[in-house]
Design a protein around this ligand. Structure first.
Ligand code: FE2
Ligand code: FE2
Length: 311
């Protein structure tokens, strides 16, 4: 490879990443999310092998799906609990759209997770565990804890969404309907990534106490969420013949994709850390240009599922 080609490749990679901007510039970004009632005809018979990287990566993505119905219900309830106190009418409108988007995601993931259970994967048991954990937070702890957990977990979904949007080649060779569904979710997570955060700042506050709560929240969310992902993934793989056959090589594929090369999660570590800055705002990672893809994806989905009988 010539030096010039290497430089231009590096430049392109840089342009492709979210641009880091300061708080003032981030506050000026106005993205109004939109509720889109989309269905995806993900074929149930491909639930165990839909991903191009093989059964283990399929089960990794399937594991993430298990968290969404209960998780998104908590996000909806947490934002709704503060909606009447939001002083800014535009943010109130964005909160309503946020609730609408998460409700649509949840609906699609419930169906997705049902296909897993029907295929003999332990999706129902694991889903029940997530519900009991989050119900405890919602019912036994002050509402601020739920909103705090929501903004921390929305930070994760924004980073995971960006991982996917910045590295779409990770989905090469994947079944098209599954790919489309995950792209849609990643795009909408990007579109509404600052809504719950803005609700937090406008209702709970931006001062030192709110900041202390927020960073403890991210610490707790990290310490609880990722070990659960690993434990759930292990159980999903244990129940899947394809993973058992792939053995340790299958796990290495997942590890390498996430943390090695291309390292889609590894690349997000600095962005994860940015949350600990006092003046953090989700749009400081300015990846708004990704949203240009939404219209194309919606048109694709409308055309693909116009005659769907599944819904
Ligand atoms: Fe979502
Ligand atoms: Fe979200």
């Amino acid at each position: 490879m010539t030096h010039a080609t290497a430089t231009s490749k590096k430049q392109k990679a840089r342009q492709d990443q979210a641009r880091v901007i300061d708080r003032k510039a981030a506050d000026a970004i106005e993205v109004m999310p939109e509720r889109r009632d989309l269905h995806f005809d993900t074929p149930d018979d491909r639930i165990k092998d839909w991903h191009g990287l093989g059964p283990n990566f399929t089960q990794f993505m399937n594991t993430l799906s298990i968290f969404f119905p209960a998780g998104e219900r908590m996000f909806i309830d947490a934002v709704r609990a503060y909606r009447d106190e939001i002083p800014d009418p535009d943010l109130k409108k964005a909160a309503t759209a946020f609730i609408g988007q998460e409700a649509m995601h949840s609906r699609e993931h419930i169906e997705y997770n049902k296909a897993m259970a029907d295929a003999g994967l332990p999706a129902e048991e694991l889903d029940r565990f997530v519900w009991s954990l989050l119900d405890f937070i919602k019912e036994k702890l002050p509402r601020q804890v739920s909103l705090n957990a929501t903004i921390a977990l929305e930070h994760f979904t924004a980073l995971m969404g960006e991982s996917l949007l910045a590295n779409p080649e990770v989905f090469d060779g994947s079944q098209e309907d599954y790919r489309r569904m995950w792209m849609w979710h990643a795009l909408e997570e990007t579109e509404h990534k600052a809504v719950a955060f803005d609700v937090w700042e406008k209702t709970v506050g931006r001062g030192p106490l709110a900041y202390a709560h927020r960073i403890v929240g991210l610490g707790a969310a990290t310490a609880i969420f990722w070990p659960l992902v690993i434990a759930f993934y292990a159980q999903m793989c244990a129940a899947d013949e394809g993973c058992r056959k792939a053995g340790w090589r299958g796990h290495l594929t997942v590890l390498n994709t996430l943390l090695g090369k291309p390292g889609v999660f590894r690349k997000q570590i600095p962005a994860w850390l940015d949350y600990f800055k006092y003046s953090f705002h989700p749009w400081q990672h300015n990846n708004a240009h990704r949203l240009e893809m939404i219209d194309e994806l919606v048109a694709e989905a409308d055309a693909a599922y116009a005659n769907s009988t599944k819904h």
